[in-house]
Design a protein around this ligand. Structure first.
Ligand SMILES: Cc1cc2nc3c(=O)[nH]c(=O)nc-3n(C[C@H](O)[C@H](O)[C@H](O)COP(=O)(O)OP(=O)(O)OC[C@H]3O[C@@H](n4cnc5c(N)ncnc54)[C@H](O)[C@@H]3O)c2cc1C
Length: 278
């Protein structure tokens, strides 16, 4: 089979999709698509190409059952620009290949992320990692004034130190976490979907969720069937603990006949899950 060309992906190649106030995501290239996953998976069974409906069913089966290696045959490369604090979270996804702008080589631009006032919130009282209620106009304005003052002062220091002849790798130490950085980022589809699941989750910071949302839209262009199954089983599904399942399984069993599921196969899978003993 020749190189996979996906017309919907070709349409968005090299187009810049803005994220936050000065950031972006751009799909630079892709390798493979849904058809490559199907083709790779069928090596296991030695079968030829089937209908689109059967391909969709196979992809759904693979994803549902975490037979993930065929998804690693697809790879996407993005050019992304994001604040440093977002990049710190992003880089934890270790299976990517990354090349970032060098602050040792280049003079870093005076580009800082400034949140919209409605994104300026109080500390969440229940979730220690997150935002809570909006801070209100006065506090939001005070935060933004402080932020602007600090970033302006720090960039002036940076320029002064650069002009003094000091090495760029040292001068950058005065710059804050909301400075923008850029990188090329290549990820296989299996780990990319994992990244999207974790970084689209409401527990992830709002700013990185904005990037994950755009990345999912672009990934959908490359592998729409995989993304649909991902949304159904990984993103849209829930994981229950043993105790939770033990508590609700008998109730669901008892009311199985009243449960409406339009898809007969899905209904059969639910019946199987409900009949499994713990
Ligand atoms: C909401 C949220 C809050 C977080 N808070 C914190 C925090 O406070 N502090 C913090 O440090 N991190 C934090 N993280 C980061 C988190 O702990 C993970 O490091 C990050 O999400 C990457 O996940 P991953 O390991 O599945 O991804 P990847 O690194 O992309 O790994 C993908 C898969 O490959 C496997 N893998 C990759 N590298 C190795 C390896 N060397 N050895 C074995 N297996 C490997 C992983 O097990 C995983 O299954 C947070 C993440 C989220 C989503």
């Amino acid at each position: 089979m020749a190189r996979t060309i996906v017309p919907e992906a070709e349409e968005v190649l090299d187009r810049t999709f803005p994220v936050l106030d000065k950031g972006f995501v751009r799909l630079v290239d892709y390798l493979g698509g849904d058809s490559r996953i199907v083709q790779a998976a069928r090596v296991s069974y030695g079968e030829g190409t089937k209908t689109i409906r059967e391909d969709k069913g196979l992809i759904d089966y693979l994803l549902r059952n975490e037979h993930t290696s065929p998804f690693e045959m697809v790879s996407l490369t993005f050019h992304c620009k994001m604040p440093l604090f977002v990049a710190r979270q992003w880089i934890r996804h270790r299976t990517a290949k990354v090349n970032e702008i060098s602050g040792r080589y280049s003079i870093l631009k005076e580009e800082f992320y400034e949140p919209q006032p409605e994104q300026v919130c109080l500390q969440n009282k229940r979730n220690k990692q997150g935002r809570g209620e909006p801070a209100g106009a006065d506090l939001a304005q005070a935060f933004l004034n402080e932020l602007r003052e600090v970033q302006q002062k720090s960039y002036e220091s940076y320029q002064k130190l650069i002009d003094s002849g000091l090495a760029r790798e040292l001068c950058r130490m005065v710059l804050p976490l909301n400075l923008y950085t850029e990188w090329y980022w290549t990820m296989d589809l299996h780990n990319l979907l994992r990244f999207i699941k974790l970084r689209l989750h409401p527990h992830a910071q709002w700013e990185i969720r904005e990037y994950a949302r755009v990345i999912l839209d672009l990934t959908r262009r490359v592998a729409p069937m995989s993304c649909e199954s991902f949304e159904e089983h990984w993103q849209g599904g829930v994981r229950l603990s043993r105790s939770e399942w033990k508590a609700i399984q008998p109730h669901l069993r008892a009311m199985f006949d009243q449960i409406e599921l339009s898809d007969e196969k899905a209904r059969e899978r639910l019946r199987e899950k409900l009949s499994e003993s713990l």
